[in-house]
Design a protein around this ligand. Structure first.
Ligand code: ACO
Length: 320
């Protein structure tokens, strides 16, 4: 027994940072950001905490699923930086929701949502759970260097949540990792130990854009093709693709290489930018809100990110 998605929700901060406003902060332009990335605006935390966003997305997903906190058997939060180093963000969410089940975090950067689905699948397979809450939400504005135009224009805050219940919706899921710290990393902040002999590194997100871009394009096309084949389907049988929203050019390259019509690829990047682990979860919740999916639709997810990690899966939508 695996799972089906029973409900989804999302949360993004209220404040919208446009490309024009960013152009007053670093040397960039709406024209450069739009044409090189497809991003027009992003939502950035001002008054909201990551916990408040997680709770909003979770409540929406639980309401959508008709499930309450006491029904949850497990909470998994995919985030690369929760409110505390410890306890986990999932435990903070558990407390705020009033749930009593086990809870833990996963850090797989932008692939976090799919990693969390794969882990949840294992709990369903072992018969340990009937209802699981998965949250994938990041707050990258906290770790971006706002003086570095190579990175600060790309990211936004927010994410989504999904309630999973026993079912046959998941057709295939695969995660990969290729240990690499050279092209994408964010060091910890100050070390508090007076004994430690290594200097602290600047606590900012560093990315070698062109190198990550190459990895992203190859991973996206390979991940989608592989997941479809392993699910026993063909590209013609795919109704929707939810790709990680890192750069519209990465998505358009995948469109050009796959036999899936362009309008079947969900694109949310212009509104939210790259929200890391939150990206696929936001795109899922947005699509559900718009009523795009019908029962029986086959949906492929594919993400890649720091690690370097990738995740891909095929889910058949089985809600009316
Ligand atoms: N505004 C204006 N000019 C800029 C900006 C900016 N914001 N940023 C870079 N430039 C300049 C560069 O300085 C360079 O100028 P030069 O030619 O004079 O040196 C020029 O634009 C081209 O720079 P490139 O880095 O080659 O631009 P590229 O077309 O590769 O686009 C980008 C950069 C958008 C970062 C792209 O490489 C990309 O999308 N990479 C993948 C990112 C990704 O997928 N991340 C996912 C993982 S994130 C995570 O896991 C947390």
């Amino acid at each position: 027994m695996s799972f089906s998605i029973l409900g989804t929700g999302k949360a993004v901060p209220e404040y919208v940072l446009t490309n024009d406003e960013l152009s007053t902060m670093v040397e960039t332009s709406d024209e450069w950001i739009s044409t090189r990335t497809g991003i027009k605006r992003r939502h950035i935390c001002k008054s909201e905490t990551i916990t408040e966003l997680c709770i909003k997305a979770s409540n929406e997903a639980m309401q959508n699923a008709g499930v309450s906190a006491k029904d949850l058997d497990l909470i998994i939060c995919a985030t690369l930086r929760g409110e505390y180093i410890t306890p986990s963000q999932a435990c903070v969410i558990q407390k705020e929701l009033g749930a009593t089940c086990p809870a833990f975090d996963i850090n797989a950067a932008c692939s976090g949502f799919i990693y969390a689905l794969d882990v949840a699948d294992g709990f369903f397979a072992r018969g340990r759970v009937k209802k699981v809450l998965v949250i994938a939400l990041d707050n990258l504005s906290n770790i971006v260097d706002w003086k570095d135009r190579n990175t600060c224009v790309l990211f936004g805050d927010g994410g989504g949540a999904a309630v999973l219940g026993e079912g046959d919706g998941l057709k295939y899921v695969e995660i990969t990792a290729k240990g690499d710290t050279s092209v994408l990393q964010c060091p910890h902040g100050e070390n508090t130990s007076p004994f430690y002999e290594h200097p602290s590194k600047p606590p900012y997100l560093y990315m070698n854009g062109p190198e990550v871009y190459k990895f992203a394009v190859v991973s996206m096309v390979r991940g989608i093709r592989n997941a479809i084949r392993k699910a026993g389907l063909t590209e013609e049988e795919i109704d929707w693709v939810i790709p990680h929203q890192a750069n519209i050019r990465i998505i358009e390259t995948a469109v050009s290489k796959l036999k899936i019509p362009s309008e079947r690829f969900i694109r949310t990047i212009s509104e939210y930018g790259n929200t890391s682990g939150g990206s696929c979860a936001i795109a899922l919740a947005d699509s559900v809100e718009k009523g795009l999916f019908k029962k029986g639709d086959n949906i492929v997810f594919c993400a890649f990110g720091a690690g370097l990690t990738t995740g891909s899966c095929v889910i058949t939508w089985d809600k009316d």
